[in-house]
Design a protein around this ligand. Structure first.
Ligand code: UDX
Ligand code: UDX
Length: 445
């Protein structure tokens, strides 16, 4: 049993704190956002993550997991301090490290015993050294400490499983004893542990996310070519993925990636490269292809409804950036709704979980109606776009939907439907790379 402090209880910090507690450690987690801590002290989760509430409750009840807004209470008995604060995109894509700085300075000022400080937040290469400099500078008196990079590889919606069943743990530090102590924390996870230097560990995180984003933009470029040549990209991906050198994951084509990580991390890596006078052409292509996917939704709608979308009603099914989360950071739905409103269309939207967040980030209610059910979205629509592949959209009563729409047009942004079945039901169906669109071109009515 170890004493662990976690700074920042967002999507990553709360899962990290909860899982280390569930492994038997004593964890105190803090956040500067009092409302988040107040909610957690009442047993209310500040984020949507399947299964999290139960594990939090179990560990709070067992006295292993505590929440506070006090830095002092958080680190007073800690041996390990995980920094899990936000690292959003700043100017020209550079990661904004102000919160990491605040955390490091505060830890330095109040620490009164040796600590191992662990960067869990995704931070640019070299940040570990920078954090060490900050701590040395702000300590009232020299106290031993070490900085270790321990990047997270958690996917929202499966974060608990990803934490408890990692493919690997990556640790970076110049202090091998500190790295070894942090490795001991991770032994119960029974996964390979890669121990390297700080910069290499930080780069493993960026390179991993950038590669996954590259896979997605790759299959999306293949989807475009499939559409032109009459091949079905879903079958292509299936045929590719059986090659263990390629792997079947992250080959789902559609409207591309969003969220708080891929967009931010690819941009930050690009920025690091430019700063070093490199030419990150592939990263630029990955970002450009990804952004174009959202614009392709509009192009498909114009192709089906005519260039002038004014007066058209378009329904968006799914608003969160991916299923099983309420997170709408850089969600494609936001871009698509904005482009539709700009084109004079009326937008309707629904998401099984992210409605509270959607009210804050989607266009105003006068331009975008948020509905209570997917069926309500589809009523009176000239077209419906599948934006997020929630399971509940996969078995909808499509004939009921068709009867309620002004025009039976479906733009399947996540390729969840079978084009043949959709056309047999009388829909005009457009996927992304699902062979020839082959639809009867409706005159812009
Ligand atoms: C964050 C980073 O954005 C991501 O790049 C990294 O991989 C993991 O940590 P996430 O947990 O999704 O990801 O961020 P967010 O949900 O914004 O949570 C950050 C938390 O830190 C927030 O609750 C915020 O209130 C808190 N915070 C921020 C502090 O506790 N102290 C601060 O000084 C600033
Ligand atoms: C990602 C990484 O997977 C995780 O390792 C890292 O720690 C944080 O960033 P996350 O962003 O939560 O996790 O979700 P993920 O499941 O990776 O999906 C990211 C985006 O890619 C989503 O917008 C998703 O819709 C999209 N995606 C994913 C595709 O478009 N196609 C795919 O095949 C897979």
């Amino acid at each position: 049993m170890k004493d662990i402090a976690v700074i920042g209880v967002g999507y990553v910090g709360l899962v990290t704190a909860t899982c280390f507690a569930d492994l038997g450690n004593h964890v105190i987690a803090m956040d500067v956002a009092e409302d988040k801590i107040d909610k957690l002290l009442q047993g209310i989760m500040p984020i949507y993550e399947p299964g999290l509430a139960e594990v939090v409750k179990r560990n709070v009840d067992a006295g292993r997991l505590h929440f506070t807004t006090s830095y002092t209470d958080t680190i007073k008995n800690a041996r390990f301090v995980f920094i899990c604060v936000g690292t959003p995109s700043g100017v020209d894509g550079e990661a904004d490290l102000q919160y990491v700085r605040q955390a490091a300075e505060t830890i330095a000022r109040i620490m009164d015993h040796p600590l191992i400080i662990i960067n869990k937040s995704t931070v640019p290469v070299g940040t570990g050294d920078w954090v060490a400099d900050i701590i040395r500078k702000h300590q009232p008196r020299p106290i031993d400490f070490s900085v270790v990079s321990c990047p997270e590889f958690l996917r929202e919606g499966s974060a608990l499983q990803d934490f408890m069943n990692p493919d690997r743990t990556v640790l970076g530090s110049l202090d091998h004893e500190a790295a070894d102590e942090v490795a001991q924390l991770h032994l119960p996870l029974r996964a390979p542990i890669v121990v390297t230097d700080l910069r290499t560990a930080e780069m493993i995180k960026y390179a991993s996310n950038a590669f996954l984003a590259t896979k997605i933009s790759f299959i999306n470029e293949i989807a475009n070519i499939c559409e032109a040549l009459g091949a079905d990209v879903k079958e292509v991906a299936a045929g590719m993925g059986l090659d263990k050198r390629i792997g079947k994951m992250f080959l789902d084509s559609g409207i591309g990636y969003g969220g708080s990580c891929f967009p931010k991390d690819v941009l930050a890596l690009h920025h690091m490269a430019i700063e070093q006078e490199q030419q990150p052409q592939l990263l630029e292509a990955v970002m450009s292809i990804n952004l174009s996917r959202r614009h392709q939704v509009i192009a498909k709608l114009r192709d089906l409804l005519g260039d002038d979308l004014r007066g058209k009603t378009i329904g968006l099914l799914g608003l969160a950036f991916k299923p099983n989360t309420d997170d709408m950071r850089d969600a494609p739905a936001i871009t698509i709704a904005g482009l539709l409103v700009e084109a004079g269309a009326t937008v309707k939207g629904y998401d099984p979980v992210a409605m509270d967040v959607a009210r804050q980030v989607m266009p105003p209610a006068t331009l975008c109606t948020l509905c209570k059910t997917p069926y309500e979205v589809c009523e009176g629509c000239d077209a419906v776009v599948i934006v997020t592949e929630w399971n509940e959209f996969k078995q909808l009563d499509m004939l009921r939907i068709k009867a309620s729409m002004r025009q039976p047009i479906i733009v399947d942004g996540r390729n969840i439907y079978d084009p043949v079945m959709m056309r047999e039901m009388g829909f005009v169906y457009r996927g992304f790379g699902r062979g020839y669109s082959g639809d009867i071109h409706l005159d812009g009515v």
